[in-house]
Design a protein around this ligand. Sequence first.
Ligand code: 4AD
Ligand code: MG
Length: 486
Amino acid sequence: IRSIVSRPDGGAGLAGQRVRVGGWVKTGREQGKGSFAFLEVNDGSCPANLQVIVDAAVADLAQLVQTGTSVSVEGLLKNPPEGTKQRVELRVEKVIDVGTVDPAKYPIPKTKLTLEFLRDRIHFRPRTNTISAVARIRNALAFATHTFFQEHGFLYVHTPIVTTSDCEGAGEMFQVTTLINEAERVEKELIKNPDPPSDKAEGIPRKDGKIDYGQDFFGRQAFLTVSGQLQVETYACAVSNVYTFGPTFRAENSHTCRHLAEFWMVEPEIAFADLKDDMNCAEAYVKFMCHWLLDKCLDDMEFMAKNYDKTCIDRLRMVASTPFERISYTEAVELLLVAVKKEGKKFEKAVEWGIDLASEHERYLTEVKFQKPVIVYNYPKGIKAFYMRVNDDLNTVAAMDVLVPKVGELIGGSQREERIDIIKDRILEMGLPLEPYEWYLDLRRFGTVKHCGFGLGFERMILFATGMDNIRDVIPFPRYPGRADL
Ligand code: 4AD
Ligand code: MG
């Protein structure tokens, strides 16, 4: 349907052509005392519908007009009479297939539905105009991501989902265990292990009668990854510029509109490069994605502007063309203090040097103070991960966050600590064990290289682009505390 209705002439020039289309009826009505029906059909390829006209001689119209019905039809494209909105319509000659809907039971009626209502019907969400537009924008941003990094010579590396390393050292990992039939578990647990050791009481008996404490499949405890960074660094330290793009998992108990337990992250890692190169890459990448959407997804962006956030297209244009502000963490704190003392701005979390900036602070900087993206760099080392390079002042690390209007933190990155002694001290200082990171330390022991990278929260980018308010509506199958449907 996109190839018909999204043409500059709205499809008018295709009149006379015979086509076959398949789609779902958005709305339908019988006309002329039931002698024919008008259907608005959408196949998810674009926001616009194709008007389809069916004669009572070729189909049971009462069935066809129900919202949600699937139709596969063949016919001739025609120019509708003067004065109608459409530039082209399809006169059906043959109905190939119909998938009917009982309107009394269909959970997605044609009335406007709230996004919350749709979250409870996750398998039907993609049939709505909104969720399908978001899906196309998401798809376009994924394509833009690969295009940007491929065109700049980055190698796409697939990092593992199951890992034994905690990249952020924050202990927010989901543990991986094996599944055993519950009835068998209870039975065998009683027979084979009447007295499970108390600290391992969660252990599960396996078919061979041994107890599975969730460790022995891999021979050690394994987790879902919080970031592919550490693994992708092994490639950056061997084949130079690389990126990974995949699902990541965080067991943080966040109930905000900007956190998911499963989200996708784009993580480039640049060899022979420092923090400034990192910021330049991040800025160029975000700008590239904005241009891409304006170029390739304008119809979906117009839908979002009309229905959700009338400023979303202007925001893309602004970000695509405006240099990002760059300020140090210390300057950011000073600006926030000025806002509190001189402008009477009230923040829930008190501002002082050393705090982790909260979303309210980030949004003040990017939405009120600068009204454009802001890169904050050189954060206090106490609030940042062990792998970030310690600056000469010994108090800050070469970290950077990209903050954007609407979202706050979109990107987190840093120059990596390449000096073996300093990084070892940092791991110990943060109370982490050295052993699991020995392989990572080897990258510094042998042929160490100055390098840097960042992670872009893919769903945050979609929030920023579309103007949607809740991150749960921009990922097909959202996972968050209390919820994992399908
Ligand atoms: O700032 P973060 O935690 O950085 C890292 O994970 C680094 N290892 C990345 C790197 O340098 N390669 O996460 C990066 C980004 C954040 O800026 C945010 O956009 C997103 O990931 N993010 C989340 N998005 C959705 N739900 C969550 N729970 C998120 N946590 C982080
Ligand atoms: Mg961060």
